[in-house]
Design a protein around this ligand. Structure first.
Ligand SMILES: Nc1ncnc2c1ncn2[C@@H]1O[C@H](COP(=O)(O)OP(=O)(O)OP(=O)(O)O)[C@@H](O)[C@H]1O
Length: 342
């Protein structure tokens, strides 16, 4: 149960610029979206010793962190790590056993206009099946005194304008995710929290969601999202919160997390692999086979390997650095964690 890993200290990275343009929408036609003018209040989201116990199960165990505005923060953890429970406590849907979550120093329940402060998507399937997408958004807008016009704007933004009058129960999971994201944005909130909102989206939808998250952060919002899609997390997040067994394992910029938990290796392809392997071995470098004519040399720089090959007179067809992925880093870190016994 106990974890030996200590949380890594947090620093604020430089936000990435949004790289992709707005989505074509489900019909594939590019859409001109009336964009909300940047008018952000920088909102800070903090967890202070957040703890949740269900009987003998400790789902969240003393989590403290600070999610910053203007960047995308990814929330990572294996199944059962406590991500959803943490998000539910932040959103006031679960009562912490101990600790608290605050927004600008206040609990969500104390905010006068919570919909304008926090928008979230926890479960895209939680829509009334016979209600249309437009009616669903209208009903949410009414509860927050949001003008009706916002609904049409959001349907355009998420690419559901052509499906606005269809019952949400007929939607695919990807369409429900789009509707859920629109629901999260109804109040034009300063903080956006999305839990596994990429599930069910097709390739275009995933790219659209990535771009949207980056744009929301670039507008100065505080953006927190969880996903098991490591490739997407690596493309989207500036900063990572990693938990396991309800405890914080890392709170650091994504590049720092990758550097700390992966090794860079040199990769070569050569028509004379045996000669190069022998030359590398003489220089104290271990190499493993990679493909029919390649070698991977962990911890070696391409400069060093190139020099060894040139000195040995070995021809190279390719010489390139290979970096570890977020998936490598995450699996390495979480595999080292002791598992809780229930
Ligand atoms: N209502 C509940 N009653 C009892 N145990 C619960 C409840 N909700 C969550 N848990 C337990 O708390 C732990 C954390 O669950 P949680 O759903 O927060 O994890 P998660 O990181 O979101 O997992 P996943 O990635 O699989 O969605 C798990 O052991 C889970 O079984």
């Amino acid at each position: 149960m106990a974890s030996n890993s200590r949380p890594v200290s947090a620093t604020t990275p430089t936000p990435r610029a949004p790289s992709d343009r707005r989505p074509a929408g489900l019909t594939g036609r590019p859409r001109t979206i009336p964009h909300t003018a940047p008018r952000r209040r920088a909102a800070s989201l903090q967890a202070h010793g957040l703890t949740k116990r269900y009987g003998r199960v400790t789902a969240v165990d003393g989590l403290s962190f600070h999610v910053r505005p203007g960047i995308v923060t990814g929330f990572l953890g294996p199944n059962g790590a406590g991500k959803s429970t943490t998000l539910r406590m932040i959103l006031g849907l679960d009562r912490p056993t101990e600790g608290a979550a605050t927004i600008n120093g206040r609990r969500l329940a104390e905010l006068r206009h919570p919909m304008q402060v926090v928008g979230s998507l926890l479960d895209a399937r939680a829509v009334h099946p016979s209600r249309s997408a437009a009616d669903h958004l209208l009903s949410i807008a009414r509860t927050g005194d949001v003008p009706r016009g916002r609904v049409a704007e959001l349907l355009e933004q998420v690419g559901l304008a052509d499906a606005a009058t269809r019952p949400a129960g007929d939607f695919s999971l990807g369409m429900k995710q789009r509707l859920g994201i629109a629901t999260a944005l109804v109040g034009d909130p300063d903080i956006v929290i999305l839990d596994e909102s990429l599930n069910g989206l097709d390739a275009e939808g995933i790219r659209w969601a990535r771009t949207l998250m980056r744009e929301l952060a670039a507008e100065g919002r505080t953006m927190l999202f969880s996903s098991h899609l490591m490739g997407e997390m690596e493309l989207t997040a500036d900063h990572l919160l990693v938990i396991d067994n309800g405890r914080l394992l890392a709170d650091q910029p994504l590049p720092a997390f990758l550097s700390a938990h992966t090794t860079t290796q040199a990769h070569v392809r050569t028509p004379d692999r045996d000669a190069l392997r022998a030359a590398l071995s003489s220089a104290g470098l271990a190499a493993s086979d990679s493909g029919p004519d390649g070698l991977d040399i962990p911890g070696a720089t391409t400069d060093h390997v190139g020099h060894i090959a040139a000195t040995a007179g070995v021809e190279l067809a390719e010489l390139s650095p290979r970096k570890g992925s977020l998936e490598d880093a995450f699996l390495r870190m979480t595999a080292a964690q002791p598992r809780d016994e229930e």
